[in-house]
Write a protein that binds this ligand. Structure first.
Ligand SMILES: Nc1ncnc2c1ncn2[C@@H]1O[C@H](COP(=O)(O)OP(=O)(O)OP(=O)(O)O)[C@@H](O)[C@H]1O
Length: 426
């Protein structure tokens, strides 16, 4: 089989399925006992079904209070909250919480329960039969990028923080809730894992079309994940509620301007996605294939390296033709340092991945992790330069020196010499 992957940009997504529900906050107030000022003074907010909305703002502005009022972990003092047509302020709070997914920092898993038992927790409460729970668990683990055969029987302590967080997302989705609430879900993981989790969340959202509300401290994360971003100031006051591009290009108030501040110049780049850039074609190969055949295929396509993929098309390594030639068959080596980004990743993420692994290119994958091409550092810097020249002239010095300065430091590890190919560093 010739595993040639087209380098053309992805076709526009077909109309998305939306399984989420709208959320409406109607004059919602929260006054904590013993506090002079309300934590949320009077908030009106509409969130469309199937959208991701990110809440950001300084510490203590009422983000978490607002989020937790939606599933009534915190009771509003006044006002009403609707999910679709349901007035949730009149529902039984326990029942309500079974119908809303909730993800907190560090996953919040039951430590003595296996992954499967954790994921099946709410379906068990809802009385689903075992077969249905097992099928749902397998589907969800696969959806969040965990192999069910490997992880279903593990305990949380035997998994990384990022993997635990994936289980937390699977668990929150178990009963297929229309709404997912996430409170700083990626706050406790390292930056590279964080980017991967963000990309997974975007892929899941595209597949399922849930309504997702996420609280974050990180403005860049908010602009990356949010279809809309809600910027709050003290007392749950709405400073701006708009699409990221609008917040970055037209801050509504001096508060937003200051909050977004210098971060805006970099954050501006987070609205540029890998999928907006044409990726380079890659030739893929399977473990155990004849090296000579793969080399022939690569040469015919003018490539000097190939990507070895697993049964699902996910990348394992990217040997040069010289490396391939040293063995008769394609080896099963798993390179844990491959720079991999998703189509939904921002160009900032792509640069970070390249710099973190000292490579001049990154592999681009689809929502399920299958490789669809590669992206060279040259293409990224080109887009960044164009963007900066268009709208953010004062950022040019700092960002290009970040990019250019970085180029001099790393030495390509794998795609060296002849291996750099079209995607390698120029
Ligand atoms: N249980 C509580 N009792 C009294 N006051 C509270 C309680 N929880 C929160 N507050 C106060 O309400 C305000 C809003 O808190 P909230 O946790 O919603 O803010 P936040 O924006 O999520 O903050 P952070 O970013 O620091 O998590 C703060 O002034 C906080 O001190």
């Amino acid at each position: 089989m010739t595993d040639e992957v087209s380098g053309a940009p992805a076709a526009p997504a077909p109309d998305r399925t939306v399984t989420g529900a709208s959320i409406r906050l109607d004059s919602v107030v929260k006054r904590y006992k013993g506090q002079d000022r309300p934590a949320v003074a009077r908030l009106d907010l509409e969130i469309e079904a199937g959208e991701i909305v990110a809440f950001v703002g300084p510490s203590g502005c009422g983000k978490t209070t607002t989020l937790k009022m939606i599933n009534r972990l915190i009771e509003p003092t006044e006002g009403r909250i609707f999910i679709g047509d349901r007035d949730v302020t009149r529902e039984d709070p326990d029942k309500l919480r079974q119908s809303i997914g909730y993800v907190i920092q560090s996953g919040g898993l039951f430590p003595h329960w296996t992954v499967a038992k954790n994921v099946g927790a709410i379906p068990r409460v809802l009385g689903w039969d075992k077969k249905r729970i097992a099928e749902r668990t397998e589907y969800l683990l696969d959806l969040v990028g965990l192999d069910p055969a490997t992880f279903a029987d593990r305990l949380p302590k035997d998994m990384s923080g990022g993997q635990q967080q994936r289980v937390g997302v699977a668990r929150a989705l178990a009963a297929d809730p229309p709404v997912l609430l996430m409170d700083e879900p990626f706050g406790a993981v390292d930056p590279i894992t964080r980017v991967r989790l963000q990309d997974s969340l975007i892929a899941i959202q595209h597949e399922l079309g849930k309504t997702i509300v996420i609280v974050t401290h990180d403005f860049e994360e908010a602009t990356k994940l949010g279809d809309k971003v809600l910027i709050l100031s003290e007392g749950g006051h709405v400073e701006q509620y708009a699409r990221p591009e609008e917040i970055l290009t037209a801050p509504a108030t001096p508060f937003v301007e200051e909050f977004v501040g210098s971060g805006a110049k970099l954050a501006y780049l987070t609205v540029s996605r890998v999928r907006d850039v044409e990726v380079d074609e890659v030739i893929t190969a399977r473990v155990g294939e004849s090296s000579a055949a793969v080399i022939q295929r690569a040469k015919a396509a003018n490539q000097t390296w190939v990507v070895v993929v697993d049964g699902e098309g996910r990348p394992r390594s990217w040997p040069t033709l010289a490396e391939l030639a040293s063995k008769s068959e394609v080896s099963d080596f798993l390179d844990r340092r491959l720079p991999v980004v998703a189509r939904s990743s921002t160009l900032n993420d792509a640069l970070d991945a390249m710099l973190a692994t000292s490579q001049g290119a990154a592999l681009v994958t689809d929502g399920r992790g299958a490789v669809v091409g590669s992206l060279g550092i040259g293409s990224v810097t080109e887009v960044i330069r164009t963007k900066l020249a268009e709208g953010q002239p004062e950022a040019e010095d700092s960002y290009t020196s970040y990019v250019d300065g970085a180029v001099s430091a790393p030495t390509p590890v794998v795609a060296a010499d002849e291996g750099a190919g079209s995607a390698g560093p120029s």
